[in-house]
Design a protein around this ligand. Sequence first.
Ligand SMILES: [Zn+2]
Length: 427
Amino acid sequence: MKAILDHVGIAVKDLSAALAFYRDALGLEVEAPEEVTSQRVRAHFVPVGESKLELLEATAPESAIARYVEKRGPGLHHITLRVDDLDAVVNQLRSRGIRLIDEHPRPGAEGSTIAFIHPSSTHGVLVELKQPAMANQSAIRHPPSAISRFTLGELELVSLSDGYLRLDGGLMFGIVPKAEWSVVAPSDDRNRVTLGMRPLIVRGARTMIIDAGLGRKGDTAFDDAYGVDHRYDLDRALADARLAPEDIDIVLASHLSFDHAGGFTVRDASGRLRPRFPRAQYIVRRGEWEDATHLHSLNTARCRADDYRPLAEAGVLQLVDDDVTIMPGVKVKRTGGPSTHHQVVTIESGGKRAAFAADLIPTTGHVTESWIPALDLYPMDTLAAKRAFNADAVAREVLVFFYHDPSVAAGYIRKEGGHLRMIPALS
Ligand SMILES: [Zn+2]
C-alpha cells in the first residue's frame, strides 16, 4: 500500500487564539474557515508543503472535538493518510484483525471517502484514511471498459487499456484556463487530471499493437508522482482480448514518451530488461529514435531509455524514415507537435477509415483546436496538424481513437454549425 500524509488534525479550544500562533507568530498562510455542521466543528486548514495542518474547534458541546478537549486538553487529534484504493486498504486491515471505527468506507468532505482506525490498533493515534474524489469520477470505471472491438472492413480493431495515470491539468490543457478545462476534466488535490492509456490492436494479415501503455518498471516514486492506477492493465486487457504477448507480430510506436512506450519492455526474473512481445518487430520512426536517444532539457522528462534501448540490444528494432505502409491498410503519418517526429496512424479497409490520434488529440476535449497540451514541444505544429486531421476526419467519416481519454475509446468528429463535435462510438 502507498499512503501520503494528507493532514494532521489539531484540536484547539479557541480558533482565534490558535491562529495567533500558527498564522501570526509562525507566519503561515491559512485557508478560509470551513464549518462542518454534521461534526459540529469549525476548521481552518494551514498548508505546509504537500500536507496541511487542520485546526479544529468545536461549535457545540456534544461535538467529538469538544469532548476530546474536555478530556485531554487541546492537542494532536488525528492524522490523515491519503490512499488510492480505500476499499482495498480497509479489507487488508480487517483481514489482519485491526480494529476499525468505520468497518466500511463512508463519504467524507468534497466527494472523498474516509474510514477511521481505532487508536487501540495504531499505538495511540487516531488515524483517518482518505481516498480523495477521483477526477472524472462519474465517467471512470473500474475496470475501465476492458476492451472494445470494432470491425473495419477486413480488419479487426480492439481497443485495450493499461489503466490510468494522472498528469498536471495545466500541462495537459496549455493555454486553456482551469475554469474551462476543469469542467470536462476535474482535478484532484494535486491539480492532476486522470488520463487513460489505450493501446490499439489491429488484426489483419498480421497482428499489430499500436503503443503499449506505461508498463510496470516497479518505480514507486514515479507511480506516486503520476498517480498510476494499474488495477486493470495491459496484461489483463490482452488476456480479455484472448491474446498472448507471443501473438503480436508488430509493435508500432506513435512516439517514445513513457506513457506510450513504457509497455514495450519488461524486466525478467533476473531483473534484465527485454522486449515484452517476444516475436514482434518494433517499428519506430528514425527521427523519434534519434531524439529519444539524444535528449535535451525540454524532453528528458518524457522519455525513459529503459523503455526502448533494450529493443535495439535485442535486435528487434526497425526504424522507418517516411510516411510508409506498415501492413496492408495501415500507414503512419508524421504530425510533429507533441514531439518533432510524433506520428498518427491511419487505418483503412473496405472503404472504411479509422485513425489512432496518439498525442495529437489525446482526449475528446482536445478535439477543439486551441486545446493543446503545454507539454507539446511545437504547439503551432500541433495546431496545423490537428486542423488537417480534423478536416479529414469530418470529410471522410474517420473513427478516431483517443489514446488518453479516460472514458471514450473512439468517436466520430462532426462539424455542426461551424463547431466541431465528437460523437462517442466506443467506450
Ligand atoms: Zn501521451
